[in-house]
Design a protein around this ligand. Structure first.
Ligand code: M6R
Length: 608
């Protein structure tokens, strides 16, 4: 979604802003802009479309300075036009603002400001902030911003500059991530650490309610009543190489191929094979607290919701604790039955998804303990949960989630193992699962080695208009995930269904033009899935099967077979998801889609 970058220091600011904006391209956006301090004036440049358009505008109409702010906009209020692109300017031109989030009372503020004589030039909610800051200005930009913020309802991460109070960028956050990057005689501001990683690793994450004044050799954090707030300096521990493509044509392909290592990293130092359990340092749950859990709610969105479904099955099967999985966007507005004996597991790659964050806060408010399964270190969910299991999958840049999904399943398995062993799972059974976990990285590599065969299948089906994905038991969420991957990057309509449920409706869709992907490894429900497969074949459906053994029952029944290694049923989704990631990837590439930045999608959905 939207991205913010800011810089103040001795260096030419335009290349820095453009580089930062490019690093955030993966988040999804449809226009971009910069504001640069040129002497006593602030100059803005804005363009619709990719950063390259802004870059060429800046070549034609250059600006120069050593202080500025930049923004990528993902349209919410008003279409992606130049007038709606950020930065926005106040009526007298003195104030410029970039903003992530949504100002909910913008219509009322707009009406009031118009009565006061302010002129609006865009359809955005953000523009009210610029005029409000101008209205509140009385010599100090930070005071004006603080007073303006008191009038706002909604969410924001903002960065503001003023011609009347130069030499500083004032920024604030409520519900939209922001951090300060610390340099030597220079400072940065960003909504995403990847924007500034090339320049500094020292960062200060802002909390909701924080306001910061950033100057070139100092920064000062307060609340909006000017009370100073202590905030610790963190260090980003990933490398620049991790946010670069490293020779792959797309981040998505790189991230698919990284999975032997990322899965290993999720388990590193945590798996205790000889005791059939795991060690999870960040859990913050005592033995007594783990034993006292009555029920578990898992909440998430998108791909993370699919891994939650797998977690539900694992935990119920091995721990015998009732588990419910909830879309975070639904959970936050329901009246869920949870209490202090409920554990609420919150799953999010980014740790910033607005609905997931709100669901977690709601669960906390109702007394539940919260456990975050998060990839991005220092993200809001990771900082606000009661305990956590970091995925350690490294930065995921492709909008389609791949390595985060498999690491989420691993993290859930580690947690299940720990809880199950405490709740009576035998050491022998625990050891079998732990050994199966340890074997996964090499098995993932075996699946990846079949990439060429999967690309050939993609060639055959690249013109399909619809796809059906079917699976049962642990493979039903994998079917959902396969369908989501395909639709989000190739724009082919795809549905995931429990295989037996097909008879109750989707079977009507099946004809010789309908490719059906069966996720059917040799698990407890394999025989049942074969019957569903026959039902599709009888109606001339085209069948691609993901299975795990040579099987006479499949002879003559399927068009293509992809073989994955065998493992514990509960871990099979890790292996079964990979061919589906590759299939979606190759089909999308062959259809000419922008795989890493598919249309309309954002990597981190920070609005509800
Ligand atoms: O960062 P999160 O895991 O909270 O994101 C949740 C979804 O927005 C995300 O999984 C989305 O569905 C992906 N594009 C799926 O590939």
């Amino acid at each position: 979604m939207c991205g913010i970058i800011g810089y103040i220091g001795p260096k030419p600011v335009v290349p820095l802003l453009l580089e930062g904006l490019k690093r955030m391209e993966y988040r999804g956006y449809d226009s971009a802009g910069v504001a640069v301090v040129e002497g006593a004036q602030i100059t803005t440049r804005r363009a619709v479309g990719k950063i390259a358009k802004l870059e060429s505008l800046l070549t034609k109409e250059p600006v120069a300075g050593t202080m500025g702010i930049g923004h990528t906009r993902w349209a919410t209020h008003g279409p992606p036009t130049e007038r709606n692109a950020h930065p926005h300017r106040s009526t007298d031109g003195s104030v410029v603002v970039v903003h992530n989030g949504i100002i909910e009372n913008a219509p009322a503020l707009r009406a009031t400001l118009k009565e006061l004589g302010y002129t609006f030039t865009s359809e955005t909610d953000t523009e009210v902030i610029a005029h409000l800051v101008e209205e509140m200005f009385d010599g100090s930009l930070e005071e004006a911003v603080a007073n303006a913020l008191k009038k706002l309802e909604g969410t924001y991460g903002i960065a503001v500059m003023s011609e009347k109070d130069p030499g500083k960028i004032v920024a604030a956050r409520k519900g939209s991530p922001l951090l300060v990057g610390l340099g030597d005689g220079e400072n940065f501001l960003a909504s995403d650490a990847s924007a500034i990683l090339a320049h500094t690793r020292q960062v200060v994450y802002l909390n909701d309610g924080d306001l910061v004044v950033v100057e070139k050799d100092r920064y000062h954090i307060t609340d909006i009543d000017a009370t100073p707030l202590p905030r610790k300096v963190d260090r980003i521990d990933w490398d620049l190489a991790e946010i670069e493509r490293g020779g792959y044509p797309h981040f998505m392909l790189k991230e698919i191929f990284e999975q032997p290592q990322t899965v290993e990293n999720t388990m590193r130092g945590r798996l205790i094979v000889e005791d059939g359990t795991s060690k999870l340092g960040g859990l913050n749950l005592t033995h007594e607290q783990l034993m006292a859990i009555d029920n578990i709610v898992i909440t998430a969105c998108g791909t993370s919701w699919h891994s939650a479904l797998i977690g539900e099955m694992m935990i119920e099967e091995l721990c015998r604790i009732p588990v419910e999985v909830e879309y975070a966007s639904e959970f936050r507005y329901r009246n869920p039955i949870i209490n202090e004996r409920t554990l609420c597991i919150v799953i999010s790659q980014s740790g910033e998804t607005a609905d997931t964050l709100a669901a977690m806060r709601e669960a906390k408010r109702r007394g539940a303990r919260t456990l975050g399964l998060v990839n991005v270190v220092g993200s809001t969910i990771a900082r606000e949960d009661d305990g956590g299991i970091y995925l350690h999958a490294g930065p995921e840049i492709g909008v389609a989630s791949t390595k985060a999904f498999t690491s989420q399943v691993i993290a859930l398995a580690l947690f299940t193992l720990k809880l199950a062993r405490k709740r009576g799972l035998s050491v022998t059974r625990g050891m079998a699962i732990a050994q199966a976990l340890a074997a996964l990285p090499a098995q993932i590599q075996q699946v990846l080695d079949q990439a060429q065969a999967i690309e050939d299948i993609a060639e055959e089906y690249k013109r399909a208009s619809n796809f059906l994905y079917l699976g049962r038991g642990f493979e039903f969420p994998v079917a959902l995930e396969g369908a989501l991957k395909l639709k989000e990057i190739s724009y082919i309509h795809a549905e995931g269904y429990p295989a037996a449920e097909m008879k109750h409706g989707p079977i009507a869709l099946i004809d010789e033009l309908m490719p059906v992907v069966f996720v059917a490894p040799h698990d407890a429900v394999f025989e049942k899935v074969v019957s569903n497969l026959q039902e599709v074949r009888a109606r001339k459906g085209r069948i691609i099967v993901i299975t795990s053994r040579p099987e006479p029952a499949l002879d003559g029944l399927v068009d293509y077979e992809i073989r994955i290694p065998e493992t514990e049923d509960m871990l099979m989704p890790v292996l079964a998801a990979i061919p589906l990631q590759l299939l979606a990837y190759y089909i999308a590439v062959k259809r000419g889609s922008n795989v890493d930045q598919p249309r309309n999608l954002a990597k981190s959905v920070t609005v509800e």
